[in-house]
Design a protein around this ligand. Sequence first.
Ligand code: SF4
Length: 445
Amino acid sequence: MSITFAPTPALPPMDASVDHAIQDIVAGTSTDATCTTDLAAGPWDFDARPGYGPGSSMGDVIPTGAPRQGELPASYREATEDELDDRVRAAKATLGDRVVVLGHFYQREEVVRHADYVGDSFQLATAAKGRPDAEAIVFCGVHFMAETADLLSGPEQAVILPNLAAGCSMADMADIDQVEDCWEQLAEVLGDLDAVDADGRVPVIPVTYMNSSAAIKGFVGRHGGIVCTSSNAKTVLEWAFERGRRVLFFPDQHLGRNTAKAMGVPLAQMPMWNPRKPFGGSTPEQLDDSRVILWHGFCSVHRRFTVAQIDQARAEHPGVRVIVHPECPMEVVDAADAAGSTEFIRLAIDAASEPTTFAIGTEINLVRRLAAQYPQHEIFCLDPVVCPCSTMYRIHPGYLAWVLEELVAGRTPNRITVSADVADPARVALERMLAAKPPVTAGIR
Ligand code: SF4
């Protein structure tokens, strides 16, 4: 599988900084709006509280067992942006090739500028695999991403998540107990889930989005299932339909629905599975007639985008090209000009040879960075309110400086390790995805 990475400029433009934009709003020097002025505080102000912190996931319910981050020492909390920038650079220079820093597309600019690789979750996990020389992999993303990097990296390599409170509210919407319970209930309705019919297909194939815990990936691996990304969901669903009469898709209902709909699956054959209701809230007949059973999960970042925003963009910017992520609701994807993964969005902009106006429906840190990197185009976020992913936003440069300086001191903080009983079947599910030879740049429409 060939992977392309977004180039990491030596000095990324800080005018893309969402943090600066929020500070300006709070100071009254910008007329933009933000979803909460609490975003102006450091994430350590929220680490001790049960919740995802300010931002677009703050209304979601955090699992009681979610990791908590210990208090960051004052020398990091009270340092200026420039001081932290210098400390990160100095620690990285000292560590040299012993460390590789990975930055997700949705990370704040103050962190991404220090990343050796920038990309989506799977690109970064693969980048980790390509650096067997690095003793430590510092993953500036969220918890499930660090787990995936641990699955794909060498056993002696330490994967480090700078802030343990950086989870993902969507991934947390499907926990392993709920999924095991769902599987048992489906067996009650569909019979033996390992029984193969005359066409060689089992009743249901579990498919999990990359944005899920290692435990869920392990479940999928144990039950003949597969992992998908937002780049290859169609290829993976085709793989699954060759082996099963239906698919159980989790945790993101929108990626599942948008992809299956584009493949011609009727909406009536996509019942929802709400883990808090018997049989997921569907009737046995609906489950029996289903092609894709959608888990009741969603991304709070992409759920903010609306058809009204698209209508407004088209009214105010004639000729605007609207591209959204497939984690957006179906009606938003339908109203857009195109929908695809973060890498698809980046490549679509990169391919535009004439100055173009783009309205983008994905996380604002990526949108602002694209706008700074492609000044020949007008690029703006469909959502006029500055509201980053609250969980991604937990990775502040203070945490990055802390973990790097801990490594310099010979300590290994915040290591993320997946146990072997989970890791082995999870790798099977990931390897099935790689064997399906999915495209990395195709949009879903
Ligand atoms: S943008 Fe959505 S899916 Fe991605 S980490 Fe944030 S909450 Fe999770």
